[in-house]
Design a protein around this ligand. Sequence first.
Ligand code: ADP
Ligand code: ADP
Length: 247
Amino acid sequence: GGDLERTDWVLNMDNVTISYPGRWGSPPYMAINNVSLSVGKGEVLGLVGESGSGKSTLGRCAVGLLKASSGHVKVCGTDITHISNRKLRPARKRFTMVFQDPASSVNPRETIGEIVGKPLRVHTSDNPSSIKARVEEMLERVRIPANWTGRYPHELSGGQRQRLGIARALILNPELLVADEPTSALDVSVQATVLELFKELQAELGFSCLFITHDLGVVEMLADRVAVLKSGQLIEVGYTADVLHNS
Ligand code: ADP
Ligand code: ADP
């Protein structure tokens, strides 16, 4: 099974329950029910499950975008269970998240260079020329021409925009990346290119990853282990080949 004996965990979620407040007097809705899950150093854990099973909720909680109602969350050595947003901010340079729609987390008035360089400006005291060099290097890694830094996100194709989001997420060399269906809004042929690039970057840079997807082909291609969510509960965790063979 997938119960690895290791000490180098990058993400530990321990008996996590996450409830959304009920609206109009209805009781809270428990989207995640007592889930324990870990991601090891350098590992890609695929998180699968039907739409509405709680994948995004769990992913957002792993990076502190959503607080657990009970349980514990430790990421890159920091216990973020009850952390304030002010204290979460400096810790966030070690972990980040990419979303299905990169446009949802970028400012359309910022240029590509500003967008990709922002984490460096926020989290480091690097000087402008070294930031520029690092941004150009990162753009080339995701196959966006380095001299496009003055362009705007709306000038890019869907696949290019997703690669821009990946460049921004990886520019600080995070230890953990939570990827929430980063390719599912793209055309199938574009999906394949972005996934190949993602796989290559993960192998090169070695970041750990919680990769959310509903696509078992994606899991087979990328994930070392797979966790299966159903109605907010974890029903299976194991090595990819074992889990796919059983399903
Ligand atoms: P998935 O990513 O697997 O599709 P989600 O984590 O988005 O699942 O949602 C899990 C459940 O929580 C769904 O029933 C969804 O309707 C509910 N949910 C998600 N976000 C909210 C919210 N902000 N408020 C209330 N309920 C929510
Ligand atoms: P700032 O960028 O100044 O820290 P916010 O905290 O409001 O401002 O976050 C800006 C954007 O980053 C928002 O779209 C938010 O959803 C997203 N975000 C916040 N925390 C994280 C995180 N841990 N990983 C990825 N994105 C995040």
